[in-house]
Design a protein around this ligand. Structure first.
Ligand SMILES: Cc1ncc(COP(=O)(O)O)c(C=O)c1O
Length: 456
């Protein structure tokens, strides 16, 4: 079948995620043919930097030979088996290897197959735990406005990105949402933050969270947070102290802390996990995306022994956790995760990362000279540029201007796959991105933004 016909069939048959299909009425989708390292190649052989790590999951670059070998070997032995009442070698070794990177208290692993389900599992476990402990009144969850935890009904109930959840408000459950520590648009006073000099406040925004927890302390199961980096809500980075205090206050009120490290896990923030920057231990840790190096779908919710113990009883007591997915701990996906952890170890990924992170975080400042760049923020291998109509007043562009979409199209011409979050342009780079590649990506991003700036 020739490419023209494939493209026609795509439009006839496929409904793509997070895509207004009408945008492609007169335009082709980017037709990707192959990938190597940090690059994707389209059907005509044109090379693109995978600047968003293929939706934040590619860790060591595409097609890493170690991961490929693990998958090939596994395919020879066992392809799939249900995980209720059966087990196999891969998940056992994977948990043992993962444990080396986790605080000792996080010692019980529940597998699923994507980021949303990793969070759903934590929510259900937390709620059932409190029921089984006789704390029947606890059924609420606290989360942040602009937070994102997935697209299932449960995770949407916690989410705070209005465009994603709007049409579903009648069927999502009630949760307590608190204004986030979004420094550039500080919920207390925008003067608390200067984009060039940083924050000058005493974290008054934390009081909003503290108050919400205090007022509802007997009805709350858990606080759910994306640690240090709120991804889909606009790549918002926030102070470590906020996260530390969140752990303290949840402990004080006997509430669970669920850390959603689906996006931040596996080195993306410069440490294996974002929680390692603060040295806190959550009650639940949700992992996916980078778990397999980004090659295959897999997720795990890690929790503490004491939570597991509340479910461990004679069957007749009705304490079983009735949750599971067909592809729970699929052997091939697990082999990919084993391969990725081997790469972390054998290639000293975390120690090599330090220099790259420092370089990217210095380099990103070069874009501040552009008139449309209102704020620059970042952590680890992630940096973001918030575009504004007026740098002085921080006035955003009217949404109908679709600045992000214009940047996306201009980026493609320069071999970048930028997928802006509204007016926030970001780089979410594979951990193996080298200094000279960072230079080139930043330069191309700058040229892309200059082109869009000229059209305004
Ligand atoms: C923080 C966070 N949680 C959960 C999810 C949902 O993951 P998935 O798309 O695999 O369901 C995402 C996806 O972007 C995420 O960034």
């Amino acid at each position: 079948m020739d490419i023209k016909e494939l493209k026609r069939l795509d439009k006839e048959l496929i409904w793509h995620p997070y895509t207004q299909m009408k945008d492609f009425e007169k335009r082709d989708l980017l037709f990707v043919d192959r990938a190597r390292g940090i690059h994707l190649f389209d059907i005509d052989g044109k090379k693109y930097y995978d600047t968003i790590s293929s939706w934040w999951c590619i860790t060591h670059g595409h097609n890493h030979p170690v991961i490929r070998k693990h998958i090939k070997d596994q395919l020879e032995r066992l392809d799939q088996v249900h995980f209720a009442g059966t087990t196999h070698k891969g998940p056992i070794i994977l948990c043992k290897n993962l444990k080396e990177y986790l605080p000792g208290e996080l010692s019980k692993f529940f597998f699923s197959d994507n980021g949303s389900t990793a969070v759903e599992v934590a929510l259900k476990m937390s709620l059932q735990y409190f029921k089984q402990m006789g704390e029947e009144k606890r059924h609420l969850f606290v989360s942040l406005e602009r937070g994102y935890h997935g697209d299932t009904i449960g995770t949407m109930s916690l989410g705070g990105v209005p465009a994603f959840e709007g049409p579903f408000s009648e069927i999502t459950f009630k949760s307590i949402k608190v204004p986030p520590p979004y420094c550039y648009r500080c919920p207390i006073d925008y003067k608390n933050y200067d984009p060039e000099r940083g924050r000058k406040c005493s974290l008054e925004c934390f009081d909003l969270l503290e108050r919400a927890i205090k007022e509802n302390r007997e009805r709350i199961c858990a606080l759910v947070l994306e640690p240090l980096l709120m991804g889909a809500g606009g790549m918002i980075t926030y102070p470590k102290k906020y996260l530390k205090r969140a752990r303290d206050i949840t402990e004080e009120y006997g509430i669970h802390l669920i850390l959603d490290e689906v996006a931040t896990g596996f080195g993306r923030t410069g440490k294996m996990f974002a929680m390692d920057h603060v040295k806190i231990v959550p009650d639940f840790l949700c992992l996916s995306k980078g778990l397999t190096g980004g090659t295959l779908p897999l997720a795990v919710t890690v929790t503490k022994r004491e939570i597991f113990d509340a479910f461990y009883a004679d069957y007749s007591e009705g304490k079983t956790f009735f949750h599971g997915h067909t592809f729970t701990a699929n052997p091939i996906c697990v082999s990919s995760a084993l391969g990725s952890l081997e790469v972390f170890k054998e290639e000293n990924v975390l120690s090599k990362l330090r220099d790259r992170v420092q370089y990217l975080q210095e380099k990103k400042g070069e874009l501040f000279e552009l008139e449309i760049v209102g704020d620059i923020r970042g952590i680890g291998m992630v940096c973001a540029f918030e575009l504004v109509k007026d740098k002085g007043t921080r006035e955003p562009f009217p949404s109908k201007k679709r600045i992000g979409w214009q940047v996306y199209l201009a980026g493609l011409k320069r071999g970048l796959i930028l997928r802006p979050l509204s007016d926030v342009i970001y780089l979410f780079l594979p951990l193996c991105t080298k200094r000279e590649e960072i230079d080139d990506i930043i330069l191309r991003t700058k040229e892309t933004l200059k082109e869009v700036e000229k059209t305004l």
